[in-house]
Design a protein around this ligand. Structure first.
Ligand SMILES: [Zn+2]
Length: 724
């Protein structure tokens, strides 16, 4: 007996020694980012970013316990070199536990030659029993940072509802700095509370070099990012939001839990330089390549909401004809077309011939046809095919049970939890049917779509804690908050991705708009599962420019949709200013254009033509420079695109409402100092001129606009160097 025991101990010792000896290091790099990784015996870690510029002291902490039948079981993770994998594009270090049998894969992946490197942790239940996992963060860091280093922290808010007065934050990270940014599938800004961020931040050294790093989350569910500076430690976490906790998630035999994928990149040169790398990376790695194959992406859209819920066949036909005449490329039928919430069939009183003839008319006039649907909403309609909250099956999918006197709003009902497999299957069928039946080129989803709270105990997510639960109403929807909220959102967001992917697979070329009541689900996960975002729900020129200013620091500008709504335009100059405030990314006009007078019609035609010829190619491909402070509506603000390959660019100049500020100078970026540039002022506010790059980047361009709330657009062309 003693002998056998000694033998086992010896065997264990030998195995441990092998594991220790097989401790592995690996490197991954892109042209911008270098990582050193290490597989320790019991945990992996990121050793350093940029060859030690940023040295990490934190070891990744694989979950220490799981819960089985209400008992907490300690886990003993051991590196498995045989199952691990290292090559130039992918490093995955595998750790196993024997009892219960679990496998954790810690993976870093290079998917582009440029930009950041992605990371994810997967935990697989290889046992035969169901178990519950605590929270595994996506990424934990603890950089060793010299006390005297001056650091800056940069992040941007979602434009949800209305962009705040700040939006873009650049803060000094001094001793004691503590920050948390959160994101979810439906941002709910409240006065006095921190707003949701687009889940990303950048930290840079303020002293000269601006060397830094950034991290972002490719997930639409509840996530958070933290940053703390204390002594020589700059640490934080990125991943699922642990609050309101404790987080737990069920893992059945054979199932895999995946932490939200993150990306980590190194940078220097500040927020704009970082953004010019990041936007390109998002386009290349996350977005749908088929979408970009259409040279008319981003499209010019006329949206029916200018006429509101009153829309009917006659109005829509009128709008389609006017859209084609003006030069739009898609007609977007907004809310008001359906029989009722959850009953996504055309209202026969308004559309006696259905929607297909409208799609046909749009197509015949060279327009695409898009449709608004709030497909995760159930209500009270009882027609076959309607999602009815009183139907026993549908009732089982709801995020909360409803009182007997509950009534939907005009276009808002009760959210179903698409994390429930039957609900997801219904949504998949229904979205497919809608696209097929109505011959759609674009499907918009709106409202509170991806559940971020649920009071059901029989859904795949964790049950709520009845002692720690609240239900509240906001923006016309019922919300539930409890300890299970992050897990609810985890399941629903993944189901949402499957539904969107299924649509793309079944309908190649179909465009998917992410609206969610304007700017509430703007993140890198939705960027991978949709083609453009509505970035705010407030559509005046200032709000549109503010939302664009913020979001354009992280996402491809072609994806950033601003709706332009009716706004006081006493003069044509004000009218152009209104349109142009939505013309820096994706433009959707939400004004009944048939109400425009002849002068406005002709101005709008010119603007759309300008967009197609000059602006769109730059919005797709050029670098972007934020050449002013964030817009305040009072003073001047501007934006510059420059494409060094095409050797051309554009400057948007907006004059605010203040009187006696007719002149302004914008200093440009991204030009060659010794090249000469031809400047053409679209509205002829100044004569055509040729200026040296160095002058434009030091002295700048002078603008003179005599009236408040007006604008100018200047085309830049780099002239060929004179031959000698
Ligand atoms: Zn649920």
């Amino acid at each position: 007996m003693t002998i056998r025991c000694d033998f086992l101990m010896l065997l264990a010792y030998l195995l441990l020694s092998i594991a220790a000896a097989s401790q592995t290091t690996a490197n991954l790099e892109t042209s911008d980012t270098k990582l050193q990784l290490e597989a320790g015996t019991n945990a992996p870690r990121l050793i350093a970013l940029q060859s030690g510029d940023w040295r990490n002291r934190a070891t990744e902490s694989p979950i220490p316990t799981v819960e089985i039948d209400g008992r907490s079981i300690q886990l003993d993770w051991t590196f498995n070199p045989v199952a691990s994998h290292v090559d130039k594009k992918l490093v995955s270090f595998v750790y196993d536990t024997v009892s219960p049998r679990l496998r954790l894969t810690w993976e870093w992946e290079v998917r582009s030659e440029h930009g950041p490197i992605e990371h994810q942790i997967r935990i697989e239940n290889r046992d035969s029993t169901e178990l519950w996992l605590p929270l595994e963060p996506s990424f934990v860091f603890d950089w060793q940072e010299a006390l005297q280093d001056q650091l800056q922290h940069f992040y941007v808010e979602k434009g949800a509802d209305t962009p705040s007065a700040i939006g873009t934050h650049l803060l000094a990270v001094s001793e004691g700095y503590e920050w948390e940014g959160a994101s979810s599938s439906y941002a709910q800004p409240r006065p006095g509370e921190a707003r949701e961020i687009i889940p990303y931040f950048l930290v840079e050294r303020a002293n000269g070099s601006q060397s830094g790093w950034y991290v972002g989350v490719e997930f639409s569910g509840r996530t958070h990012l933290t940053l703390t500076r204390k002594g020589v430690s700059l640490r934080g976490k990125v991943g699922l939001n642990p609050n309101p906790g404790p987080f737990r998630t069920r893992l059945k035999p054979g199932e895999v839990f995946e932490t939200p994928r993150i990306f980590l990149g190194a940078t220097d040169g500040g927020p704009d330089a970082t953004a010019n790398v990041l936007r390109r990376w998002v386009r290349e790695v996350l977005t749908n390549p088929d979408t970009w194959k259409n040279p008319n992406y981003p499209l010019l859209v006329n949206n029916s909401w200018g006429g509101g819920m009153a829309v009917n066949e006659e109005i829509a036909r009128h709008m389609i004809r006017d859209s084609a005449d003006l030069g739009f490329e898609m007609f977007h039928l907004d809310a008001g077309w359906f029989r009722g919430v959850g009953d996504w069939y055309p209202d026969a009183r308004k559309f006696p011939h259905g929607l297909r003839p409208l799609a046909d008319e749009a197509h015949a006039r060279g327009l695409k046809f898009g449709l608004w649907v709030d497909w995760a909403q159930a209500a009270l309609n009882t027609a076959p095919g309607a999602l009815n909250v009183r139907d026993p099956e549908v009732r089982g999918w709801l995020t909360s049970d409803l009182p007997p006197d509950w009534k939907p709003e005009e276009f808002k009902g009760q959210t179903i939890d698409i994390g429930v497999p039957q609900a997801k299957a219904w949504a998949m069928r229904e979205t497919n049917r809608i696209v097929d039946d109505y011959n759609l080129d674009m499907l918009e989803h709106d409202g509170y779509l991806v559940a971020k709270g649920c009071d059901a105990s029989d859904h795949p997510h964790a049950p709520p804690d009845p002692l720690n639960q609240c239900t509240y109403r906001d923006a016309g929807f019922e919300f539930v908050s409890s300890t299970n909220s992050t897990d609810v959102n985890y399941h629903a967001a993944r189901a949402y991705y499957d539904i969107q992917s299924n649509l793309r697979q079944k309908h190649p070329g179909l465009l998917l708009e992410i609206c969610n009541d304007g700017g509430r689900m703007v993140d890198f996960g939705s960027a991978a599962h949709g083609d453009y975002f509505s970035i705010t729900d407030t559509y005046d020129p200032l709000s549109n420019r503010r939302a664009f200013y913020d979001a354009s620091f992280v996402l491809p500008t072609a994806m950033l949709e601003t709706y332009v709504e009716r706004w006081p335009t006493a003069r044509t100059g004000n009218f152009r200013y209104m349109l142009r405030s939505g013309m820096m990314g994706w433009l959707s006009v939400m004004i009944d254009t048939t109400s425009w007078n002849a002068e406005q019609h002709s101005a709008a035609k010119e603007e759309l033509e300008l967009y197609k010829k000059e602006l769109r190619p730059l919005i797709r491909d050029a670098n972007l420079y934020h050449i002013s402070e964030r817009p305040d509506g009072l003073h001047w603000d501007g934006m510059e695109y420059f494409d060094p390959n095409a050797r051309r660019g554009v400057v948007y100049a907006f004059r605010g409402s203040v009187e006696n500020e007719a002149d302004h100078k914008f200093v440009l970026h991204g030009l060659s100092p010794r090249s000469r540039y031809q400047l053409q002022f679209q509205d002829h506010s100044a004569p055509e001129q040729i200026v040296e790059g160095s002058e434009l980047m030091k002295g700048g361009i002078n603008f003179h606009l005599p009236s408040p709330n007006s604008s100018e657009i200047v085309s830049l062309r780099e002239l060929p160097a004179p031959t000698d």
